[in-house]
Design a protein around this ligand. Structure first.
Ligand SMILES: Cc1cc2nc3c(=O)[nH]c(=O)nc-3n(C[C@H](O)[C@H](O)[C@H](O)COP(=O)(O)O)c2cc1C
Length: 194
C-alpha cells in the first residue's frame, strides 16, 4: 500500500527538475542564483515565472532593475550550479569568484551565461507573493540558444546536451541515457485507438 501522510516532509517529490541560473544586473553589478522552481506560463505573450525567496539578493536586484535572465545550463556545469546556488551575491562577486563568462544581452542588461545552452532575457511584469516565495513573472524579450543543442524541430538534442537536472538535497543527474519516442497527442487522445 502507498504511504499517506499529511506532512509534506522534505518536499522533494516533484523532482527531478531542471536547475536554472537566474541572472540580474543592478547598479554596475552582475549576479546570478540558482532556481529549481520556475515555469513557463504563456505562449502569447511569452511569459516565464521564477519563484524566489525575497531573501535572495538576486530577488532584490530584479525588483529594482525590472529585468532578469533565465539560463539553462548543461549537466557538465553542475559544479557552477552548486557554486552559484551556494553563495550570496551580497557578499561575493560570483562572476569573478567562479570565473563565469558572459554573452552580450540583446534587450536587457541582465547577464547571459556563456555556459548556458539557452537563455531567456525577461522584462519583469509581476511580482506576487505565494507563501514564503515571490513569483516573478517576466515577458521573454530575447532568446539565446546554442544551435547544436536543438534539433530541426527545436526540441533539445540530447545527443549534444544533457540538461542539469536537480533531484533535491544537493543531488544532480550528471549523466543519463535517454530513450526518446514521439507519441502524437492527437492519435493517443482519440478514444478507442489504443
Ligand atoms: C539546485 C538549487 C536550487 C535552488 N532553487 C531555488 C529556488 O527555486 N528559489 C530560491 O529562492 N532559491 C533557490 N535556491 C537557493 C539560491 O540559489 C541561493 O540561496 C543563492 O545563494 C541565492 O543567491 P543570491 O543571494 O546571490 O541571490 C536553490 C539553490 C540550489 C543549489
Amino acid at each position: 500500500m502507498k504511504q499517506v501522510s499529511e506532512s509534506v516532509g522534505a518536499y522533494y517529490h516533484h523532482y527531478p527538475r531542471i536547475a536554472v541560473a537566474v541572472g540580474a544586473y543592478h547598479e554596475g553589478k552582475n549576479n546570478a542564483m540558482i532556481a529549481g522552481w520556475h515555469t513557463p506560463l504563456s505562449f502569447n505573450p511569452p511569459l516565464f515565472g521564477v519563484s524566489l525567496s525575497p531573501r535572495r539578493f538576486t530577488y532584490k536586484m530584479i525588483v529594482e532593475s525590472g529585468e532578469f535572465t533565465v539560463n539553462f545550463l548543461p549537466a557538465s556545469a553542475a559544479g557552477l550550479i552548486a557554486a552559484l546556488g551556494g553563495s550570496k551575491g551580497a557578499a561575493v562577486d560570483k562572476f569573478a569568484a567562479f570565473n563565469v563568462a558572459r554573452d552580450i544581452p540583446l534587450k536587457t542588461n541582465a547577464p547571459v551565461l556563456a555556459d548556458a545552452y539557452a537563455a531567456y532575457e525577461c522584462k519583469l511584469l509581476e511580482d506576487r507573493q505565494f507563501g514564503d516565495h515571490q513569483l516573478l513573472v517576466g515577458e521573454v524579450v530575447a532568446v539565446h540558444s546554442l544551435a547544436e543543442a536543438f534539433t530541426a524541430e527545436e526540441t533539445i538534442d540530447l545527443k549534444s546536451i544533457t540538461p542539469a537536472f536537480y533531484m533535491g538535497n544537493d543531488k544532480y543527474i550528471t549523466k543519463f541515457k535517454a530513450a526518446i519516442e514521439t507519441l502524437e497527442r492527437h492519435k493517443f487522445g482519440q478514444p478507442g485507438v489504443l
